[in-house]
Design a protein around this ligand. Structure first.
Ligand SMILES: *Cc1c(COP(=O)(O)O)cnc(C)c1O
Length: 495
């Protein structure tokens, strides 16, 4: 019997992995979780012999048990290829007494590529396995990083179409240029006159519109979701923590079996949850250090056991972490509640009605392997400067939040365990803020022009993702009102 998935809010419906990937989210609004977390089925030392793809296979097969070896290997081969600018896929760089796990060597130079380059292949395979003949239509609202990574992942994948809505004027110039130059006949990018929340709500409304879904089905199409609650995004992320561990063993930094810490700059709690899953597999991890920016709802939660989203929202230099509801935390809460969907549903109901909930002291004990802290805007900029001055290494603001929190952890605890810091974006994606932190900003230059200066300072070549958009033709120019979103979807799909 393979691994089964259930909704966090209802223990009854059980699905195999491929069905959970196709569905994305459970009918009751819960997230799919494995009924039991798997464990390594081979020795930890075996992984030191493997490259990234082989590691991915031996990790992902533990979660996606209804995929055949051939199916899974095909997905992995199609994802982690020359789209990445290094065959290592996720290299480690030592700087500032920690090991930065560079997760930004894919198409869009942010860590979302790690999962979104394989998700389309997992979905296509899942559709085939389950005899789903419908065309899969991905609908996404983005505040910047997810949209482009999803577009790049689904670009020209047969049997799929993708439509991305972004707030016109609400994303960085580089992020916008990346999206509007997207190739692929199956892709569509549309600016909306409104903010991200309105775009997000608009997308949810289309997803939930019964008659629109019927029209879609009768045209042989169905919606699916590429956002981070899909288990098909979480599972591929477990790989790179195992890979980072074996890289440290290979480099002689640790002995096989020795513990490490992992620090993750956190927004929706997906990336750090993948690290927690890696620990459950049997990876020797001592502390999971959860780093927040000024939207420090998770820091407060780890400290008090109270999750409270009723607070001011801050726009920061690490926008992908500007989040007050960390969706994937639901999966952790479910586990520390003893896999109890009733208890979990009660808490989630409080969250949606009052905006807050409190966990019990017993549940709090399940959080002992986590340490939470946060960095404000000054600390983030200072950390970019400090790491550059000590190691000539330039990090992006999201990664800097993690590095700053790691420093706080070390000064509070004196713990010198070897530590991996998830480096979630290339500094070239957030050039303006990085250059400001280094006091090298030139307000007369465009963000793209500034990348030349950053390249000189950091002695790192401008990534292909930036070079490409300099000359790429703009293919997507539509800008519409919120109320026109559904009609735009119908238009692109020819309904
Ligand atoms: C999405 C994102 C994050 C946050 O990751 P979660 O999985 O949502 O916690 C951090 N940094 C960057 C650059 C991102 O794009």
């Amino acid at each position: 019997m393979g691994l089964e998935y259930v909704s966090t809010r209802n223990g009854k419906e059980r699905l195999c992995a491929s069905k959970a990937i196709l569905k994305g989210i459970a009918d009751d609004g819960g997230l799919f979780v494995p009924t039991e977390l798997p464990h390594f089925d081979r020795e930890l030392s075996d992984f030191t012999e493997m490259d990234y793809k082989e590691t991915a296979f031996h990790v992902m097969k533990l979660f996606l048990t209804d995929f055949s070896e051939e199916e899974l290997r095909n997905c992995i081969e199609s994802a982690y290829d020359a789209k990445f600018d290094t065959p290592l896929i996720a290299p480690l760089k030592k700087a500032s007494k920690a090991y930065f796990l560079e997760l930004f060597h894919g198409k869009t130079i942010a860590f979302k590529d790690m999962a979104l380059s394989i998700l389309p292949h997992l979905m296509k395979t899942a559709a085939k396995k389950n005899n789903v003949k419908d065309e899969i239509v991905i609908l996404t609202a983005t505040s910047g990083d997810t949209g482009k990574a999803a577009l790049a992942g689904f670009d020209s994948v047969p049997g799929t179409k993708i439509i991305v809505f972004y707030p016109k004027g609400g994303v960085s110039p580089i992020q916008e240029k990346q999206m509007v130059t997207q190739s692929g006949e199956n892709t569509k990018v549309i600016g909306i006159r409104g903010n991200f929340d309105e775009a997000q709500t608009g997308v949810k409304n289309i997803f939930n519109d019964k008659s629109f879904n019927e029209r879609l089905l009768s045209a042989g199409k169905r919606f699916s979701s590429a956002n981070s609650i899909n288990i098909g995004r979480l599972v591929p992320q477990v790989t790179y923590y195992v890979y980072a561990y074996s890289s440290l063993v290979k480099d002689g930094v640790i002995e096989c079996g020795q513990e490490i810490n992992i620090t993750v700059p956190t927004g929706n709690f997906g990336n750090i949850l993948a690290a927690y899953y890696a620990k459950q597999l049997g990876l020797p991890v001592k502390k999971l250090i959860c780093a927040s920016n000024e939207n420090k709802v998770l820091f407060d939660f780890f400290k008090t056991g109270i999750y409270d989203r009723n607070r001011e929202f801050h726009l920061t230099s690490s926008p992908s972490m500007d989040i007050l509801i960390s969706s994937n935390l639901e999966r952790l809460i479910y586990m520390i509640a003893g896999n109890d969907p009733v208890k979990l549903s009660g808490l989630m109901k409080e969250l949606s009605e009052k905006g807050s909930y409190e966990i019990t002291p017993e549940m709090k004990e399940g959080l002992l392997c986590f340490y939470g802290n946060y960095a404000n805007e000054n600390e983030t900029a200072e950390t970019i400067r400090k790491v550059y001055e000590s190691d000539s290494y330039v990090i992006d603001p999201h990664t800097a939040v993690a590095a700053a929190v790691y420093d706080k952890y070390v000064s509070e605890t004196g713990d010198t365990t070897a530590t991996v810091i998830a480096s979630t974006a290339s500094p070239f994606k957030f050039t303006r803020n990085v250059m400001k932190a280094l006091s090298e900003d030139d307000p007369k230059k465009t963000d793209i022009e500034l990348t030349e200066d950053l390249s000189k300072i950091s002695k790192v070549k401008i990534p292909p993702a930036i070079e490409e958009i300099k000359s790429a033709p703009v293919r997507h120019t539509d800008v519409i009102e919120i109320k026109e979103m559904e009609a735009a979807v119908a238009g692109f799909l020819g309904l």
